[in-house]
Design a protein around this ligand. Structure first.
Ligand code: ATP
Length: 238
C-alpha cells in the first residue's frame, strides 16, 4: 500500500511548553489509524501539528510524499488534509448547508462540489432534512455529522478526527462510527482518529498508536493492541 502520511521526529510546543517529543507516524492509503492515550498525552496537539495549526513544530511531515511541514494550515487543507477539530469548529450562526459550502473552499476546484454535497447528505440524511437550520441549534450528534461533512467537502485524502464521540449518546456514536467506515471505503479517504473511547477506536481502526506524555510507546495492528495487557488495564477497563 502506498503512503498517505509519513511523520518523522515530530516535536510540537505551545510557546515554551513542549508537548510532542519526537513522534514517528505512518498512515497507508486507505487505512484507519487510531491515536490513543490518556488525557494530556498530546493527541489533540498531534492533529494540530499535522495541519500546522496553533503549535510550533520541528520534524518532517509528508503527505503522499510531499513535505507539508512549514506550510500554512490553509495550504495543507488544499493539499488534502481535512481536520475535524475537538469542539467541531462549525460556524454556529450559519445554516448547515452554508457550513458545508464553506468546506468547499479547501478543495482544489469547485467542480463536483454539488454532487459531493448530495453524497454527504446520503451519508447523513439528518443533515439534508436540517440543511436550512442554524448549526447552533443542531443536536450534538448532528453538529458532529456536519463537522465531518464540512471536512469531506474539501475532498481530503486524509481526515483528522478529534474525539468524534465526545459528549454524544452511545447510539449516535455507533451510527457515526459505522458511517465513518463507509466514508473510508467509499470516498477513498484515510483516517487518523483521536478517541478517548479506546474500545470504539480499536474496533474501527486497522492500526493504532499509543501516546504517553508526547511519545509513542506502542504501535501495531489494532487487534494486537487490544490484546496488550497494559492497554487492557489502562484503556479498556479490564
Ligand atoms: P485530552 O484527551 O484531554 O484532550 P490530549 O491527549 O488531546 O488530551 P492535548 O490537548 O494535546 O492532549 O494536550 C497536551 C498538553 O498540551 C497538555 O498538557 C495541555 O495542557 C497542553 N496544551 C494544550 N493546548 C495548549 C495551549 N493552547 N497552550 C498551552 N498548552 C497547551
Amino acid at each position: 500500500m502506498s503512503s498517505i502520511l509519513e511523520v518523522r521526529g515530530l516535536r510540537a510546543a505551545y510557546g515554551a511548553t513542549r508537548v510532542l517529543q519526537g513522534l514517528d507516524l505512518d498512515i497507508a492509503d486507505g487505512e484507519i489509524v487510531a491515536l490513543l492515550g490518556a488525557n494530556g498525552a498530546g493527541k489533540t496537539t498531534t492533529l494540530r501539528a499535522l495541519c500546522q495549526a496553533m503549535v510550533t513544530t520541528e520534524g518532517s511531515i509528508s503527505l503522499v510524499g510531499q513535505r507539508i511541514d512549514g506550510r500554512s494550515t490553509e495550504q495543507i487543507a488544499k493539499l488534502g488534509v481535512g481536520h475535524v477539530p475537538d469542539g467541531r469548529g462549525t460556524f454556529l450562526g450559519l445554516t448547515a448547508e452554508e457550513n458545508l459550502r464553506l468546506g468547499a473552499y479547501a478543495r482544489p476546484s469547485r467542480i463536483g462540489a454539488d454532487a459531493d454535497m448530495e453524497r454527504i447528505y446520503g451519508y447523513f440524511p439528518r443533515l439534508k432534512e436540517r440543511r436550512a437550520q442554524q448549526a447552533g441549534t443542531l443536536s450534538g450528534g448532528e453538529q458532529q455529522m456536519l463537522a465531518i461533512g464540512r471536512a469531506l467537502m474539501g475532498k481530503p485524502r486524509l481526515l483528522l478526527l478529534d474525539e468524534p464521540s465526545f459528549g454524544l449518546a452511545p447510539l449516535i456514536v455507533k451510527d457515526i462510527f459505522a458511517i465513518m467506515r463507509r466514508i473510508n471505503q467509499e470516498e477513498q479517504v484515510s483516517i487518523l482518529l483521536v478517541e478517548q473511547n479506546a474500545k470504539l477506536a480499536l474496533d474501527l481502526s486497522d492500526r493504532a498508536y499509543l501516546l504517553e506524555t508526547g511519545r509513542i510507546v506502542l504501535s501495531g495492528p489494532s487487534d494486537d493492541i487490544r490484546r496488550d495487557d497494559a492497554v487492557r488495564r489502562a484503556y479498556l477497563g479490564e
